[in-house]
Write a protein that binds this ligand. Structure first.
Ligand SMILES: Nc1ncnc2c1ncn2[C@@H]1O[C@H](COP(=O)(O)OP(=O)(O)OP(=O)(O)O)[C@@H](O)[C@H]1O
Length: 614
């Protein structure tokens, strides 16, 4: 359950800030609402585009003037010719400048929108309940945050840019052609249905190949992500070859999809080139006849040929953008599919407030029942009452429901029947951020973030001083080992704290708990990874920390909880026995049997240790 634990840990530090939840409307109306704050930028982009295109399209017209008004009529007006050349140069430069501005402005607006969506998506995912992470593979969430937001990025940088620039170019080219010669322009319009037929017939095919390539890429990314997170298992079970085989299959299928996509694109582009050349030949033939018959000026024919050449480029680009538009639509609906998921465990609109400092630590589980999947109860009508400051040990066989009980207290899941109260208040009435500050959890596998040790202990909360962190580390006796590290407390840990031993990671997580001072402390197999010397140190520290705090300790090693005020023995989601160690031994029941087994294991361990020493 690492994700939810991380959410919970971040919650302990502070509330994550409220991400506004977009209502589900059509994908692009929602995107348009994200674009609203950038209205002015989009307006500037529009103006820059008009100027840049006009500057570009006016150039052939200038050449036409030079040919018809200066060269053909035999005027030796070099002055006008130089002026035309200067204007031509000026137009080229301003076209360059305004294209640059237009690109930059659009990129800035697009990137800002996508960055905002990506941030909200991440925040939304971190707010989801445990059941969501049970159902959704990590790899697919990584794909949504990376590839799907990248598809949106492409929408702004390619599709929107193309629709604006190429769409306007087409309209302006047609306007220029009609202005030059309406008859020749009408002939050119005959081409439009042919272009449309080619574009539409290719479009479906291109969409399919594009979607196939994207889907296969997502599968590849998901596979790599899952593999990286389970790399230790893969190596431990020598699964490298099998994983390589699976990767090779996915890689090969992505390669094939890419090749198909490229082939389709090449075919489409070349068809357009042929059509473009045929059109030029057609205009040269019709226009040439008119020039020879002196019904058309040569300059106009030159301009027409240039415009026809320019006419195909934007159509080609717009058609190519269809794929990106499709994948952006799919991405938007997938992203909003996530935004539409509401956390199963959510704060009520009106919550009660229970300040951490005022909590006494009384716990009541009233006839609590819970199942991960309906029909398979994991906790059955459990009735448990814990006194403020009591230390409760929880034991039981594997799968008895110990961790599930703790998950319910932390509200990773909500109970299906009954209720859980802290100081008489139903935990569902409390804001989760407050609950997570009251209840502190240390797990068998603590999660450490990439960052310094200080930041890991104080959970990146700058309001907690380094001195407080150092004191907490001294308290759990982690201080000497931290000081031995290269940069002491400023040592940067890699992701998940992979440079540290399990025991060292655990000590740091204990220091974290000391810093945050929860009123109710839960240790879920927290000392299982520690050697007996460190465990002893931690036990002493815990003894001090648990004073005045309600403490629940889940342990397989019974030595850890023998001193508890009360021990709860769980079996198949129910309380089988409870009492002190001595009482339970006298009872000669499940606990006594577990104790006998654990004594046997210890003796066996002792024998092995002794024989290896001999
Ligand atoms: N996320 C989950 N989704 C579905 N079933 C689950 C989930 N987590 C636990 N279970 C099931 O619930 C039952 C109780 O599990 P739980 O982890 O609470 O037991 P436990 O007593 O803590 O066991 P252990 O001592 O091995 O940690 C088990 O049958 C387990 O398979």
């Amino acid at each position: 359950m690492p994700q939810a634990i991380n959410n919970w840990q971040m919650d302990q530090k502070a509330d994550l800030g409220k991400a506004p939840k977009p209502e589900y409307r059509s994908a692009f109306r929602t995107l348009a609402s994200y674009s609203k704050p950038h209205r002015f930028t989009f307006f500037l982009v529009f103006i820059c585009t008009i100027i840049a295109i006009s500057a570009e399209l006016f150039q052939p017209y200038l050449v036409k003037i030079a040919i018809d008004d200066n060269l053909m009529v035999g005027k030796n007006d070099f002055g006008s010719l130089i002026a035309i050349c200067a204007i031509y140069l000026g137009l080229s430069l301003s076209g360059l400048l305004f294209t640059y501005l237009q690109n930059n402005l659009l990129q800035f607006a697009g990137q800002s929108i996508v960055a905002r969506i990506r941030k909200q998506l991440f925040e939304h995912i971190t707010k989801q309940s445990m059941s969501y992470f049970d159902k959704t593979p990590n790899g697919s969430l990584i794909t949504h945050v990376s590839s799907d937001t990248e598809a949106l990025n492409q929408f702004f940088n390619q599709v929107l840019l193309s629709l604006l620039r190429d769409g306007l170019t087409l309209v302006l080219i047609l306007a220029m052609m009609f202005q030059l010669d309406a008859t020749l322009a009408t002939y050119c319009l005959i081409l439009l249905p042919i272009i449309a037929i080619i574009a539409i017939s290719f479009r479906t095919f291109m969409r399919k190949t594009y979607q196939m390539a994207r889907t296969r890429l997502s599968r590849l990314i998901a596979f790599v992500a899952e593999n990286l997170s389970g790399m230790n298992l893969i190596q431990a079970f020598h699964q490298e070859k099998e994983q390589e085989k699976q990767f090779k299959e996915r890689n090969e299928s992505y390669f094939q999809a890419n090749i198909r996509e490229i082939r389709t694109n090449v075919l489409f582009n070349r068809s357009f080139d042929i059509l473009s050349n045929l059109s030029i030949a057609f205009v040269t033939w019709v226009g040439g006849k008119a020039v020879l018959g002196e019904g058309l000026e040569f300059g106009i024919l030159y301009a027409f040929i240039t415009y026809i050449r320019q006419f195909f480029q934007p159509i080609n680009t717009i058609t190519q953008q269809w794929n990106t538009l499709q994948s952006a639509t799919v991405a938007v609906s997938r992203i909003w599919g996530i935004f539409d998921v509401s956390p199963e465990v959510a704060d009520k609109p009106e919550t009660l407030s229970l300040r951490k400092e005022d909590v006494k630590g009384k716990l009541d589980f009233n006839r609590v029942s819970f199942a991960y999947e309906s029909g398979t109860p994991v906790i059955r009508e459990l009735e448990l009452h814990v006194r403020p400051g009591e230390m409760l040990g929880i034991v039981g066989t594997t799968g008895a429901g110990k961790s599930s009980l703790i998950s319910l207290l932390c509200r990773f899941y909500d109970v299906q029947e009954g209720d859980i109260l802290i100081d008489g208040i139903d935990i569902r009435e409390l804001p989760q951020s407050e609950l997570h500050r009251i209840v502190g959890l240390v797990q068998q596998e603590p999660y450490l973030y990439a960052g310094s040790i200080v930041d890991n202990v104080r959970m990146f909360d700058g309001t907690i001083s380094k001195e407080t962190v150092v004191r907490a580390c001294e308290f759990v006796r982690a201080d000497p080992l931290i000081r031995r590290m290269k940069d002491g407390y400023e040592t940067t840990l890699s992701e998940r704290g992979s440079g540290l031993s399990a025991g060292e990671r655990q000590l740091i997580s204990f220091a974290r708990i000391i810093v945050f001072q929860p009123r109710i402390l839960i240790l879920d197999e927290a000392t299982a990874n520690l050697d007996s010397h460190t465990e002893q140190l931690i036990q002493q520290a815990l003894h001090a920390v648990s004073k005045g705090r309600t403490t629940l300790v889940i342990a397989h090693r019974l030595s850890t909880i023998m001193q508890a005020d009360r021990i709860l023995v769980m079996k198949q989601g129910e309380i089988a026995e409870q009492g002190t160690h001595e009482e339970l031994i006298r009872l000669q029941g499940v606990y006594e049997e577990l104790y006998r087994h654990s004594q046997g294991e210890q003796n066996d361990e002792g024998k092995i240790a002794n024989s290896s020493l001999r």
